[in-house]
Design a protein around this ligand. Structure first.
Ligand code: PLP
Length: 465
């Protein structure tokens, strides 16, 4: 399997190379040159598979001959064994034709574990084979940092440095990062804000000279192809459980960077009957504006009760654009250059294609709280604020009666206690048992000034892998 850049200029790579590469050298994102396709019979045959078996079936063609089959099987089995539910991604019915796919049974209680648990293991496997060690650097305002750290904690060939803004992430989120023990795990609390952290990461990727020559810098943000790949699996899993391929299914996806929902689009392109993909956003509605006005433009950031979707630019959207414009890398490159200068507008053809599969809905905080309360009163089922946005959008979508709608539940409600208490007075969702002592665990992090040289010196002096 070969991977090509959405901007058409960077060299094609194989799976192993794409795993170790973030952004393509032309500024684009890597996508498969051709997608594997499954026939209806092949999809029907997925019905009896458990989650790891299905993951193997979906992932194998993307990996190609880069990893022997038996080794891949072990990596996948190991990855999903750490999830605390026998089904890995259980489906829960919350109403007539309304379902929730619980993606929060991983170690950090958010769906990012599905991809980052696998990514850490895949990276460590190929690094071992190449006799190479790498440094992962990232900035986080919440979920990504802890999921990346948990994903790398047993990796012998990876040092991971995660920057968070000092005193500006929630205590649960901070503790999920800083209580993970390992010589290769480094939490840095920067005396600045999230943008400062992100700027330092960007600057470090631009000039990697502060690290020893043999230590490559790797990004694990949501543009990494392997993350998207891992997320395709649960679309097949849910659809087949609900009667696919005979019965089409719709999905409602709480969306920020368009990674998770893009995986749903790929599942559809690979042959899975998907009736509709609903883009569910909070007030940071860049994607809802694309769908309703054919215009992609920046707006200022709004802080909401669903912080993991608080973004102004949706980086993975470029991957969809590439397809909407017939995989014309020059056209995408030109559009992204224009986007650096201002709003961009999409053609009627592109929008027709997008609207044939996608719809969108925007949910402000009041409606998010009302939705949490409504489902709680009806079924005593507690949605986290991100998932509630998905359910609200699913109910508003007006999809026909015969089609089940699956909302992806992207986080456990205990991660967002303030939002839950605002929605359901007096309700304090407990952390699951495996995290119940989170507030008693010892934290380990380094507070550093908002100074690039200080951060880089700390990194160079603390390589432990
Ligand atoms: C990251 C995240 C999202 C958004 O996912 P994208 O792939 O960026 O669209 C939604 N909900 C939660 C809880 C998240 O952590």
């Amino acid at each position: 399997m070969q991977y090509i850049s959405t901007r058409g200029q960077a060299p094609a790579l194989n799976f192993e190379e794409v795993l170790l590469t973030g952004l393509a050298s032309d500024g684009g994102l890597y996508v498969p040159a051709t997608l594997p396709r499954f026939s209806r019979d092949e999809i029907a045959a997925m019905a009896g598979m458990d989650y790891p078996q299905l993951a193997q079936r979906i992932i194998e063609p993307f990996v190609g001959d880069c990893i022997p089959r038996e080794d891949l099987r072990e990596i996948i089995a190991d990855t999903y064994a750490v999830f605390r539910h026998g089904a890995v991604a259980p489906l829960v019915q919350i109403g007539h034709n309304q379902w929730v796919l619980e993606l929060f049974h991983g170690p950090t209680l958010a769906f990012k574990d599905f991809a980052l648990q696998l990514l850490g293991r895949l990276l460590d496997y190929v690094l071992e084979r190449r006799h190479q060690k790498v440094v992962i650097m990232g900035a986080t305002s919440g979920d990504t940092g802890s999921a990346a750290i948990e994903g790398c904690k047993r990796c012998k060939n990876i040092d991971i440095f995660i920057l968070h803004p000092h005193d500006r992430v929630s205590e649960v989120q901070r503790r999920q990062m800083t209580t993970v023990v390992g010589d290769n795990i480094h939490n840095i609390a920067v005396q600045g804000n999230f943008d400062d952290c992100q700027a330092m990461v960007k600057a470090s990727f631009g000039d990697r000279g502060f690290l020893p020559e043999d230590r490559h810098l790797v990004a694990v943000n949501s543009i990494n192809w392997a993350r998207i790949m891992a997320q395709i699996v649960y679309y097949f899993y849910a659809a087949v459980a609900l009667g696919g391929p005979a019965r089409p299914v719709a999905f409602s996806v709480p969306t920020g960077n368009f990674g998770d929902i893009f995986a749903g689009y790929l599942a559809h392109q690979m042959g899975l009957p998907v009736a509709q993909l609903i883009i569910a956003t909070n007030r940071n509605d860049v994607l809802h504006r694309v769908m309703t006005t054919a215009t992609y433009g920046r707006q200022s950031l709004e802080h909401t009760l669903s912080p993991s979707m608080d973004i102004t630019v949706s980086s993975n959207f470029e991957r969809l654009l590439f397809d909407l414009y017939d995989r014309d890398g020059d056209a995408v490159a030109a559009m992204m250059r224009d986007f650096d200068r201002g709003d961009i507008h999409f053609s009627d053809t592109a929008m027709q294609r997008a609207r044939a599969l996608f719809s969108s809905y925007r949910v402000p905080d009041e409606e998010t709280c009302a939705q949490i309360a409504a489902v709680w009163q009806e079924s005593e089922y507690l949605l986290d604020p991100h998932s509630a946005i998905g359910v609200k959008a699913a109910l508003a979508s007006g999809i026909g009666d015969g089609i089940p709608v699956v909302t992806l539940a992207t986080a456990h409600p205990a991660k967002f206690p303030q939002a839950i208490q605002r929605a359901v007075v007096g309700c304090e969702p407990p952390l699951p048992l495996h995290l119940s002592d989170l507030f008693d665990r010892t934290e380990r992090f380094e507070v550093l000034p908002c100074d690039l040289a200080a951060v880089q010196a700390f990194m160079a002096n603390n390589l432990g892998a």
